[in-house]
Design a protein. Structure first.
Length: 163
């Protein structure tokens, strides 16, 4: 059984889409461990604010199958296949970590944005503070402590989801 960490984000009816994604993820992967939900400004384009969080789950699926499942969930909730990268979205699910796997194919792991996006690092540090990044060999809490927090504006928000 592999432990996976998933980044969730949305800036189109974000509360509804995050809740729907959590329900789908739980249906596919079982019990979830959730970070707080954070609101942040759009990064890389002008747009409405995003809601973001990180979720941990267990799986026996391969990396490719996990990513395929994420794409199905995104599309079921209105994500347009092949849409522009830096644009508003109903739902974005990204595999951040698959145990301590380091790979380039079928996707890059660990996901590079862990180290440079506050909306990924802060919630990851919240639910896995003592876990070490498999490349830089520092804990996520240490990485968050050292992160230049003036780079991106981010704040926790109230969010409620019933499993």
């Amino acid at each position: 059984m592999a432990t996976i960490f998933i980044s969730l984000g949305s800036n189109i009816d974000p509360e509804r889409h995050l809740k729907a994604a959590l329900t789908d993820l739980q249906d596919h992967f079982g019990p979830l461990e959730l970070s707080s939900v954070f609101e942040s400004e759009a990064v890389g384009f002008e747009g409405t604010n995003f809601l973001n969080m990180v979720v941990a789950a267990q799986t026996q699926l391969s990396i490719a199958d996990v990513v395929s499942r994420f794409k199905q969930i995104e599309q079921r909730h209105g994500r347009v296949k092949g849409a522009k990268k830096f644009a508003p979205r109903t739902l974005d699910l990204d595999l951040l970590l698959y145990d301590d796997t380091i790979s380039e194919q079928p996707i890059e792991l660990p996901r590079a944005e862990i180290l440079y996006n506050a909306f990924v690092l802060w919630p990851l540090a919240e639910i896995a503070p003592t876990l070490n990044h498999p490349v830089v060999n520092q804990s996520y809490q240490a990485l968050w402590n050292d992160y230049d927090k003036s780079q991106q504006s981010l704040w926790p928000v109230e969010f409620s989801w019933s499993a």
